[in-house]
Every structure is written in C-alpha cells, then in structure tokens.
Design a protein around this ligand. Structure first.
Ligand SMILES: [Zn+2]
Length: 292
C-alpha cells in the first residue's frame, strides 16, 4: 500500500511537473512570440525610421538642388540691408537709421541708346552705382538686348522707363498696361529678373499707372534735378558744372541724366565733383522698394 501511495505521489509530481513545464514553455513561447513581434515591430519601425531619415535626406538634397537652380535662374537674391527710403516730396532718398545722409542717387534714362554701355563702363571703373532706366524701343534687336544684359552684368540696376516713351496720360489704360508690363516681361527675359524701379517718361503718371506700378512690385520715382535735355547744357563742361553745382543739390538728391553724348562725356567728372563735395553714391540695392 505504501508503494502504491509512493507511486501515485510520484505520478502526481510528474504530472504537476509536466503541467508546469507546459505552462512555462507556453508562456515562454508566447513571450518569445511577443518578443518576435516586438522585434519585428521595432525592426519595421527602425526601417521605417531609417526610411524616413533617408527620405528626409533626399528631401534635403532636393531642396538644396531647388535652391541651387533658383540661384542659377534668378541670380543671388541676397538680402541687402535697406538703408534708404524714397521721399516723394523731392523724389530723393532719406537715410534709414544711421545710413550716410550725404549721398545722392545716379540715374540714367532712355537707355540703352548709343552711350549707355560706355556710361556703365565709366561708372564701373570709378565704382559708382546707378540705375539705368531702359525703354522697350531700345531693346528691339538681339544686340540691344545684349547691351541691357551687359549693363546688368556689370552690376547696375535696370529700371522700367516704358516700352515706347509715350506720355502715359495720353494713353488708354490698356495701352498703359502694355507700356509697363510688356517691358517688365521683356527685361525679365533678358536679365532674369523683373525691375524694382519705375520712372515714367516726362515724369507723367496716372492713377492707373501708379496702381499698376505698385501691383508690379516696383517703386515709382521721378527725380530731384536734371539738365541734359536743355540746349544750354548740351556740352561736357556745362553739364558737368551744373550737375555738381546745381542749387538743387542736397542730401539724398535723385539725379536725372540721359543716354546722351555730352552726359556720357561728363559722367566721370560729375561723379568726381560730387565726391569732392563730400557726397557718396547710393547703391540702388540699398533702397527699400517696399515702403510706401
Ligand atoms: Zn526718358
């Protein structure tokens, strides 16, 4: 009987052991399965994560490429510090903050006719920035277009002076639009960017053209003084003297000159005379074109 009891208890022990092993192994199995799942999830998460990072890298590369192409297409849109604001009271420039107040702006209208490229070279040589206001009728041929590009490539600002140099007040709104927008399109085609400055022929603006110029993102300007279209100043000595000694010369003055023989001849001396008087030449890029 003792033996039977011993046998039974051994059997029970074995059964219990078997059960518990079973239970344990099941638990282990399920645990390891869970581990596997977790591992798989982690793996997939990792791989997803890696993919994400890869994608990010690719995106970054794409963006870099985009930026590179942008720069190639439109040239540097470097943020130049804005130092001057236009004051329509005298169409001159006023310093923003502590910018140099004893400074003037050089502008050359009706370009590029016969002398603009030469004038740009003269100014470049003496490191004097300027805006060249161009007309569409001086951009008819490939050669003329190349002149505009050459002036721009030398670092000068290209402004819009309308397609045909007509008095905007004599034109319909549709024609005014053509005079202004068509030239912006043309300039963009040649130099890769739209002009930021507008000057109407004869300084003759309409409410419509003013609104359109603004819509086109340009700053409208007339001028403080200019003389080279008057008979008495149509020689080198006279135009040089009056541009430097005009009673209208003042801080921020906006100087109007043209693509003319005598002005081209006097240009270097005009800049020298102004500098001798203490004036520096305003870089058009430092003019805030977004202010009212
Ligand atoms: Zn003009």
């Amino acid at each position: 009987m003792k033996k039977v009891i011993q046998l039974l208890s051994v059997l029970v022990l074995i059964l219990l052991a078997a059960c518990s092993t079973d239970a344990n192994s099941n638990a282990e199995e399920s645990a390891s399965e869970k581990d596997k799942e977790v591992a798989t999830n982690e793996e997939s998460q990792n791989s997803e994560g890696n993919n994400k990072e890869d994608n990010k890298e690719e995106d970054n590369k794409k963006e870099e490429n985009k930026e590179e192409t942008k720069e190639e297409e439109t040239k540097p849109e470097e943020e130049v510090e804005k130092k001057y604001a236009l004051n329509p009271a005298f169409w001159g420039l006023e310093p923003i903050g502590d910018a140099e107040s004893e400074a003037v702006l050089l502008t050359i209208d009706d370009a590029p006719d016969k002398h603009a490229v030469e004038m740009a070279k003269t100014l470049k040589e003496i490191d004097a920035p300027a805006i060249f206001f161009v007309n569409g009728h001086f951009m008819d041929t490939e050669e003329e277009k190349a002149n505009v590009k050459e002036i721009h490539d030398m670092g000068f600002e290209i402004g819009n002076h309308t397609m045909s140099h007509s008095d905007l007040k004599s034109l319909s709104e549709e024609k005014q639009r053509e005079e202004i927008v068509k030239l912006n399109d043309m300039i963009e085609e040649v130099i890769g960017e739209r002009p930021k400055f507008f000057r109407a022929p004869f300084g003759s603006n309409t409410d419509f053209s003013k609104a359109l110029v603004k819509e086109e993102g340009m700053l409208l300007m007339n001028w403080t003084y200019g003389y080279d279209w008057n008979k008495e100043y149509q020689n080198k000595a006279a135009i040089t003297d009056i541009m430097v000694n005009s009673p209208l010369l003042q801080d921020g003055a906006n100087l109007l000159m043209h693509d003319r023989d005598w002005t081209a001849a006097g240009l270097a001396d005009i800049v020298k005379g102004l500098r001798d008087k203490g004036y520096s030449m305003i870089d058009p890029e430092t003019i805030d074109t977004e202010l009212e």
